[in-house]
Design a protein around this ligand. Structure first.
Ligand SMILES: [Zn+2]
Ligand SMILES: [Zn+2]
Length: 333
C-alpha cells in the first residue's frame, strides 16, 4: 500500500492573556468547563490557564480564529492583545485543555495582581517605542524576565539574564541584583518576556521593591519580532507547545526539538537510532548520558531496544504519537 502524500495544512495559532473579574453568575470551575467545551465545539486545541485573576493561553486551529477572539473578548469585557503566528507542520497541540490554577502566571504571590490599577512608574511600550529606546546606548538595564534556558535560545542584544529556573524565583533574584548594584533602582528598567504576561507581575514586583521607572514590552517578544524581524532580538523565541520555539519569521524552529524521552527542549543533534537505525535528532544529552538505551528515536524504539527485540520497521505516525509530551506546565507565557 502506498502512502498518500499529506496535503499541507495551515494552523492558525494565537497567544493571549487578560486580567479581569469573571462574571459571578457561575463558579470559576464552571466558567472553565464552558470555555473548554466552547473550544472543543469549534475544533480548537491548546491550553488555557484559568484563575480568579483571568485567563492565559495558546490555542490553535485549522480555521481562522476570529470567532474565538470575539468569544474571549466578550468574556473578559476588555480588549485583548492577541499574538498570532502560524505553522504548517504538526498541530502544535494534541488536545484541548483548560486548567484551573491560583494564578494565571505563577509568581507565588496572589497579592501582586495586575487587575488593580497600574501603579505610577510602570509603562507599557509598543514594539516601535521599545525598538527606539534600545537604540539609545544610555539605556543599559534591559531585563529578560524569562528562564535561563529561554534566554539561551535567544534574547535581546545586551539584555540581562537572571539565570532563573522558574518565575517564582524572580522577587529574590531582583533583590540580589539590586544588592550587588547590578540593577539600579533610580535608572529605567526595560523588561520583556514571551508574550507579555510575566512582565505584568514582574513590573509590579519591581515597583514594590522600590524601582521607580519600569517599562514593559507590550505583547512581548512575539509582538516585537512580528514588526522587527532580525533586529534587536537575536536567536529564537521559546514557546510552550510542540513548535518548541519560533524563528524571526514566527515559524516553528528548525534548530530545537523536544526530547522524545523527557520532553525538555534540546538542540537538534543528529544520531542514529540504536533500534530502527533511522537518522534521528531530538534526544537531549542528559537522557543519553543517563541511559544509553535512550539513543533511540522514539518511546517505541526505546521499549523494543531495552527488551532486546529485533529491529522492526516502525511507522512514522506511531512514533509521533508515542513520544513524550512537552513540558508545558512550567510557566505558560
Ligand atoms: Zn531528555
Ligand atoms: Zn528508532
Amino acid at each position: 500500500m502506498t502512502e498518500q502524500p499529506k496535503r499541507q495544512q495551515n494552523y492558525y495559532v494565537t497567544t493571549f492573556y487578560q486580567f479581569f473579574d469573571w462574571p459571578n453568575d457561575l463558579l470559576i470551575s464552571e466558567h472553565a468547563k464552558n470555555l473548554e467545551n466552547w473550544c472543543k465545539d469549534n475544533q480548537i486545541k491548546g491550553l488555557i490557564i484559568v484563575s480568579q485573576e483571568g485567563f492565559n493561553g495558546t490555542l490553535a486551529s485549522l480555521n481562522k480564529l476570529t470567532s474565538l477572539k470575539e468569544h474571549l473578548t466578550s468574556i473578559s469585557k476588555s480588549p485583548i492583545n492577541f499574538k498570532d503566528s502560524y505553522t504548517t507542520e504538526l498541530h502544535p497541540f494534541r488536545r484541548m485543555k483548560v486548567k484551573l490554577r491560583s494564578e494565571i502566571v505563577t509568581l507565588g504571590d496572589t497579592k501582586i495582581s495586575p487587575k488593580t490599577k497600574t501603579p505610577n512608574g510602570v509603562k507599557h511600550i509598543s514594539p516601535k517605542e521599545w525598538h527606539e529606546r534600545l537604540q539609545d546606548e544610555t539605556n543599559t538595564q534591559i531585563l529578560d524576565v524569562r528562564n535561563d534556558f529561554e534566554f539561551q535560545m535567544g534574547s535581546f542584544k545586551g539584555s540581562k539574564n537572571l539565570r532563573m529556573n522558574k518565575f517564582t524565583e524572580f522577587p529574590e533574584l531582583i533583590k540580589k541584583q539590586e544588592e550587588k548594584k547590578e540593577l539600579k533602582k533610580n535608572e529605567p528598567v526595560y523588561m520583556f518576556c514571551t508574550g507579555g504576561i510575566r512582565c505584568e507581575k514582574a513590573s509590579l514586583e519591581m515597583i514594590e521593591q522600590g524601582f521607580n521607572e519600569v517599562y514593559q514590552l507590550d505583547g512581548g517578544i512575539l509582538n516585537y519580532i512580528k514588526e522587527y524581524p532580525n533586529e534587536e532580538f537575536r536567536g529564537e523565541c521559546f514557546v510552550f507547545d510542540h513548535r518548541v520555539s519560533l524563528d524571526q519569521d514566527l515559524k516553528p524552529s528548525s534548530l530545537y526539538a523536544l526530547c522524545v524521552h523527557c520532553g525538555q527542549p534540546t538542540e537538534k543533534t543528529p544520531f542514529t537510532c540504536l533500534q530502527c537505525r533511522a537518522d534521528s535528532y531530538g534526544v537531549c544529552v542528559t537522557c543519553i548520558k543517563n541511559d544509553s538505551s535512550n539513543q533511540t528515536c522514539s518511546k517505541n524504539c526505546h521499549h523494543h531496544y531495552s527488551k532486546g527485540n529485533k529491529t522492526k520497521k516502525v511507522h512514522k505516525d506511531s512514533i509521533i504519537k508515542r513520544n513524550a509530551q512537552p513540558v508545558l506546565t512550567r510557566d505558560n507565557p
